[in-house]
Design a protein around this ligand. Structure first.
Ligand code: SF4
Length: 195
């Protein structure tokens, strides 16, 4: 979470963590100094660092175009949504604007779709263009996967941002994730005594 001219904005990372488990978000925002840097986080950051150079060599075919422009590390923010983020890559063609997110992952999880949708909303507001779809680039497979930015995903992002704001304002710990298998290797496991 970032302070911005006396208002605070959530980051896209906050939103992704909330989607993964509301408590991870809670610990991060309400108890911000307890999270260790894990090997997984470090590996993800290092893998990201090399991707823009590789992306420059790729064709625009996965984006349904012969040519276009690539913009890297695009900073976007919205006071309306109370959200800020840095998009790994934005592909601009004659008719479309598409966010691309690089992931050191083997599949496109729901939390990645939410993150991509949030990027789409931020880009729409910043550039006044409709974003129909975004892409996840799965680094281990060198594969680009399209994600439709649906009305349902848009509603879910807005609802989550409202819920996140409530948690941050009240500092009340939310219930644990329904996906308890995530708790097994969670770095906050020792703080959750009820899972
Ligand atoms: S241990 Fe489970 S409930 Fe607690 S923060 Fe981690 S994933 Fe969420």
């Amino acid at each position: 979470m970032l302070d911005y001219e006396d208002e605070w904005l959530f980051t896209i990372t906050d939103l992704k963590q909330y989607t993964y488990c509301p408590r991870v978000f809670y610990y991060q925002v309400c108890l911000p100094h307890i999270r260790p840097m894990t090997y997984k986080m470090q590996a993800g950051m290092e893998a990201h660092a090399d991707e823009p150079k590789r992306a420059l060599r790729r064709s625009f075919e996965p984006y349904g175009a012969q040519e276009g422009k690539r913009h890297f590390d695009v900073a976007v923010q919205s006071k309306t949504l109370g959200l800020t983020g840095l998009v790994d890559e934005v592909v601009e063609t004659a008719t479309e604007l598409m966010p691309v997110d690089y992931k050191l992952a083997r599949k496109v999880g729901y939390h990645y779709k939410i993150q991509l949708t949030a990027y789409a909303l931020l880009l729409e507001e910043a550039y006044g263009r409709t974003v129909q779809s975004g892409f996840i680039y799965l680094i281990p497979y060198q594969k680009t996967v399209e994600v439709a930015i649906t009305p349902k995903l848009r509603r879910q992002v807005r609802r989550m941002l409202r819920d996140m704001r409530k948690i941050a304002e009240t500092e009340r710990m939310p219930p644990p994730t329904d996906w308890r298998q995530r708790c097994a290797d969670c770095e906050f496991r020792r703080f959750c005594n009820d899972v």
